[in-house]
Design a binder for this molecule. Structure first.
Ligand code: FES
Length: 163
């Protein structure tokens, strides 16, 4: 399910003006989507309401890897693939996550709960290897710890975690 057009209108109305507005709106629209993406309908509405071209909206959305134009899982699991995390054991953590979730990097679980993505540095190099699930960082991971974190996300996803 994508963001409703009414929700898009409310987000655009509440946004600031100027250069930052488009990115701000794209992030907010994506956050409001249960499938963590910006739909084509939302792109059209944003372009219309902000008075910019659709291609400008698309190019901005495409430029920032944090924005997706395709449906994703409810939770985004981001694995740092940069050298410090690589050297600290990222590959074993990634393999464990792929096995636990049953998807490769870029994939979404069949139940739509998780999308696994690779990113270039999470700003948490001091606790490599690190991953981020939605807005929460986890570091100094072992493969077992990474799997336990995934499993701690219950059906209601209400469990609190520590970084
Ligand atoms: S290199 Fe992995 S968090 Fe920075």
């Amino acid at each position: 399910m994508s963001t409703s057009l009414q929700a898009v209108r409310e987000i655009v109305t509440a946004s600031s003006s100027g250069q930052a507005a488009l990115l701000q709106v794209l992030l907010a629209v994506q956050d409001s989507s249960p499938e963590n993406y910006v739909s084509e309908e939302a792109v059209n509405e944003i372009a219309h309401l902000l008075g910019v071209s659709r291609s400008r909206v698309y190019s901005t959305a495409s430029f920032y890897s944090v924005i997706s134009l395709k449906p994703r899982g409810r939770h985004i699991v981001r694995v740092c693939i940069n050298a410090p995390c690589e050297n600290a054991g990222k590959q074993a953590v990634l393999i464990a996550l792929e096995q636990e979730l049953g998807v490769s990097l870029g994939g979404t679980t069949a139940d739509g709960r998780f999308t696994l993505e690779g990113v270039s540095c999470l700003g948490a190099c001091y606790m490599s290897p690190a991953i981020k699930i939605d807005n929460r960082l986890y570091g100094d991971l072992t493969p077992e710890a990474a799997v336990a974190i995934i499993r701690s996300y219950g059906e209601e996803d209400t469990i609190e975690h520590t970084a």
